[in-house]
Design a binder for this molecule. Structure first.
Ligand code: TTP
Ligand code: MG
Length: 421
């Protein structure tokens, strides 16, 4: 089946055949006369699409191709919902929505996440819960249980660390790793499969993994065929993999930037990659240069140590509030919960961001940064009150949120916010 040079351009093989191929190629018995075998540039499978995963073999690159580190991006599938389903196995395969109480369609909060079955009804994170209820009233609606998800997240991050020479947690359910013992892209396959297997065995939930020559490629690859997907993109295949994808797949390109690019006729990552960087700089400033780099599959900054970038919580009130003290209490309670989560992980923070949505849906955010990292709960409470004082000027409040960011753990401690005001 693998006789060189007779590998068809799009040979479909099974994982076991691929492993056999990899074994032979790395032992050099599969490369006659030192010629390059053109294989395995995009390996992919999805347990959703076929029970026996398949891999697409295309000519173009040697599968042992390796230039620089190989990154994995691991992202849990429908994280909060998967944990809830694990706790209630009877919900498996059903539409499950985690978030605010829908209150029979009158609820005012939003969807935190939902199972893939619920997504097929059009429900997604951030959607008003009332709208989700209209789309699928028969889904199971569950409240957010942060302490449970934090605990599962901690276990999974510890597991990922054990597989890695380096590991950067970037949110509650995702991390980048440089895995141990992966010298080429063929070796990435069994390691990625082992991680997926171990996560299911340890925590009863699935994850998707992307593998690539940079963090941005790995991240885009992990989202390529969720849930339980595994997509490996080698350096030689990166441009071909990225080219047809919409620009919105690039982390940081949201709806607004995508709309601006679309006006200029740029809709795909390939078109962005071909765009004149000077032109992008004129339109977007330094972000134009950065997005061009990303479109070429190159990271724009070194990975940040210190793990997760931010942690936030928000609450939508059952009724719009005009009582300042009630709003303050809700905000300081949220800050207290966030502080507990960070303290449990020995993380300190520098930046506190307040979000307030008024009854007319006008939404504002205000941030305060301490000059140094802190873990002082009193300083945090003072900062929250100070931010609130500046924005609570009359209109009723619908939602309040607090986010802590700029984490670190190894600078000198501060005592109170008063030191810095
Ligand atoms: P994501 O990884 O963005 O989403 P997900 O894990 O639910 O689904 P996917 O399979 O697409 O990765 O976010 C991780 C968790 O963060 C998610 O389970 C719930 C929470 N979250 C919110 O609370 N609000 C949001 O708007 C988003 C996007 C996530
Ligand atoms: Mg996820």
């Amino acid at each position: 089946m693998f006789d060189y040079p007779g590998i068809p351009d799009h040979q479909i093989i099974t994982p076991s055949l691929l492993r056999a191929y990899h074994h032979r190629s790395t032992n050099n018995t599969f490369i006659p006369n030192g010629k390059t075998i053109y294989v395995a540039v995009l390996l992919r499978y999805s347990t959703r699409e076929s029970p026996e995963p398949t891999f697409t073999i295309r000519k173009g690159t040697h599968m042992t191709e390796q230039s620089g580190p190989i990154f994995f991006h691991v992202d849990m599938d429908s994280f909060y919902a998967s944990v809830e389903i694990r706790e209630r196995p009877l919900l498996a395969g059903k539409p499950v929505v985690v978030g605010a109480d829908p209150e029979g369609g009158q609820g005012r909060g939003v969807v935190s996440t939902c199972s893939y079955e619920a997504r097929s009804f059009g429900i997604h994170s951030g959607m008003p819960i009332s709208q989700a209820y209209r789309l699928c009233p028969y889904a199971t609606y569950l409240p957010v249980r942060m302490p449970l998800y934090s605990q599962v997240s901690g276990n999974i991050m510890a597991l990922l660390n054990r597989h890695s020479t380096e590991c950067w947690q970037v949110s509650i359910d995702e991390a980048y790793l440089v895995p141990s013992g992966v010298d080429d892209y063929g070796a990435a396959l069994p390691v990625a499969e082992k991680i997926q297997h171990d996560v299911v065995a340890a925590e009863g939930i699935t994850c998707s993994i992307g593998v690539g020559p940079s963090r941005v490629v790995a991240k885009i690859a992990s989202g390529y065929q969720k849930p339980a997907g595994l997509t490996i993109v080698t350096p030689g295949e990166t441009a071909r993999f990225l080219a047809p994808l919409p620009v919105g797949k690039i982390p940081g390109i949201g709806g607004k930037t995508a709309a601006e690019l679309q006006i200029a006729g740029i809709e795909t990552i390939g078109q962005l990659a071909e765009c004149d960087v000077q032109q992008l700089m004129e339109w977007f400033g330094r972000w134009g240069i950065a997005m061009h780099e990303l479109s070429l599959g190159r990271d724009i900054r070194p990975p940040r140590q210190g793990g997760q970038k931010s942690l936030g919580r928000e609450v939508t009130f059952a009724e719009d509030l005009d009582d300042r003290e009630q709003v303050c209490t809700a905000a300081t309670d949220l800050a207290g919960i966030l502080h507990e989560h960070l303290a449990a992980r020995s993380l300190r923070f520098r930046t506190v961001t307040l979000k307030v949505r008024f009854a007319n849906f006008r939404t504002i955010t205000r941030a305060f940064s301490f000059p140094r990292f802190t873990d002082d709960p009193g300083a945090l409470q003072q900062a929250v009150r100070m931010l609130l004082d500046a924005v609570l000027t009359g209109p009723k409040v619908r939602l309040v949120g607090i986010r802590l960011s700029a984490f670190d753990c190894d600078e000198s401690r501060q005592t109170t916010i008063g030191d810095y005001l």
